[in-house]
Design a binder for this molecule. Structure first.
Ligand code: TTP
Ligand code: MG
Ligand code: MG
Length: 430
């Protein structure tokens, strides 16, 4: 099984702090409501309003085909025919639960056996990641068609810079938030919650205030009334460990944290985390919304059907190796990149992995050059043991001007990015 991999690094938009037009910065955090479960309910509308959890098995196309053949459509499956949590035996955890299931105390990451004790009648649906990813792409495409400065934060959430978007300043951003909410609802049938605030930190907290289907607007002057009463753990960046330490130090709420001096926080939490805690407790966060990412490396790897030995299967391995280099070169050329750090990855039959890389003077996107340098890497690893996986990677990428055989100028890169983002806007949603 061969697959391609693209590693990316973030590139910030240039909207930092107050903008050139002196509009106050308005940043939204949008998070889908009970995401995996809501996507499932689109195909099983008969489960609306019921406690439903997603977890355990994987949904397969074969299962689905069989159910459709049996019932003439997924929407026709009677409630009695669905699996119930009470009959689950195993070590699986819940990915998410519908809001009716949350009334029983069910939620993400809870063991299913424990959840079954709390709500045995809850309906249990298998997981279908491909479908959630597809809906994830759809709702994000809706957002960028309305507000183009969007930062992808995972399968069901994004930050959006509202500052310069029509409606983004009206009622603190509520008008634009409602427009986006409706557009997502009509394109996908899914609901979401939005928080709008002066920065990402506060927006992230605000999006949780009125879930599901909520819009919460926070202004800088709301800090004391809306943010300070919350427990410290509500700050994205204060995890279980830091939270426990704070509790031991008598700090429960964000107000308690804000009451501590900067030197005190630095003394107890270290220089950089202490300083960050101080700023966060005072609602300060200058992070820009990161709209695009540039790949830092591209790679191809393959897991062999049977383990291969370097001597015994020399010809076969060599052919696979060359093919991997060609595939990486094709990826680079198609996407317009070149790199000068060439690396390999091997996994032995005992699952131990090794990597080697060599950085050369000249950037390349040519299969022959990649093959030659990757070959040098290969000579630097032990090859006594049989191999189960082989991979080739090109890193240290730059946007490459193939005609001039040199990296593109910053200006041309900016234009290329602009064209790419325009393409995104014209993509069909489905
Ligand atoms: P969340 O946004 O945390 O949760 P949610 O969308 O289900 O519910 P809410 O309305 O509170 O936002 O996570 C998004 C999806 O990520 C969620 O539907 C399932 C998945 N997920 C897991 O698989 N495991 C987890 O522990 C969490 C937190 C989420
Ligand atoms: Mg969510
Ligand atoms: Mg989320």
């Amino acid at each position: 099984m061969a697959h391609a991999c693209l590693r990316r690094c973030a590139r910030p938009s240039n909207n930092r702090g107050v903008t050139t037009a002196d509009l106050p910065r308005r940043i939204a955090h949008l998070d889908m409501d009970a995401f995996f479960a809501s996507v499932e309910l689109l195909r099983y509308p008969q489960l609306q309003g019921l406690p439903v959890v997603i977890g355990g098995r994987r949904h397969t196309p074969e299962d689905e085909a069989q159910l459709i053949a049996q019932w003439g459509g997924l929407e026709n499956i009677p409630l009695e025919a669905f699996d119930r949590l009470g009959s689950y035996v195993g070590r699986g955890v819940i990915t998410t639960a519908t809001y009716p299931a949350r009334k029983f105390g069910l939620g993400s990451a809870m063991g299913m056996m424990k959840a079954a004790r709390l709500c045995p009648q809850a309906i249990l649906l298998p997981i279908d990641f491909a479908r959630y990813r597809s809906y994830s792409r759809q709702f994000k495409a809706v957002i960028v068609s309305i507000a183009p400065v969007m930062e992808d934060r995972g399968v069901d959430e994004v930050y959006i810079d509202f500052t310069h978007v029509p409606g983004g300043q009206e009622q603190g951003g509520r008008v634009l938030a409602a427009r986006i909410q409706q557009a997502i609802q009509s394109a996908t049938g899914l609901s979401c919650s939005v928080g709008v605030a002066p920065n990402k930190l506060l927006a992230k907290m605000a999006s949780e205030f009125q879930k599901p289907q909520g819009i919460s607007v926070v202004y800088a002057e709301d800090l004391q009334a809306l943010i300070w009463p919350l427990p410290c753990r509500k700050i994205n960046g204060i995890g279980p460990k830091a939270g426990a330490k704070m509790q031991a130090l008598g700090i429960e709420t964000i107000a308690d944290l804000a009451a501590r001096s900067l030197p005190w926080l630095v003394q107890h939490f270290g220089k950089s985390y202490g300083a960050w805690l101080h700023a966060a407790a005072h609602g300060q966060d200058e992070r820009p919304v990161v709209t695009e990412s540039e790949p830092v490396s591209m790679s191809r790897e393959t897991t062999f059907v049977h383990d291969l030995h370097a001597v015994q299967h020399k010809a076969e391995l060599g052919a696979v190796f060359t093919r991997l280099c060609e595939r990486v070169a094709e990826d680079l050329q198609r996407k317009g990149y070149a790199g000068r750090t060439i690396g390999i990855k091997l996994r032995y039959a005992n699952f131990k992995s090794v990597t080697r890389e060599i950085t050369v003077e000249q950037f390349t996107q040519e299969a022959v050059t990649i093959r030659q340098i990757a070959g040098q890497c290969l000579r630097r690893v032990p090859l006594e043991q049989p191999l189960r996986l082989l991979g080739v990677r090109v890193g240290g990428l730059v946007v490459w001007d193939a005609a001039q055989q040199q990296p593109r100028s910053a200006e041309k890169v900016a234009i290329k990015r602009h064209m790419q983002s325009r393409d995104l806007l014209t993509l069909p949603l489905f």
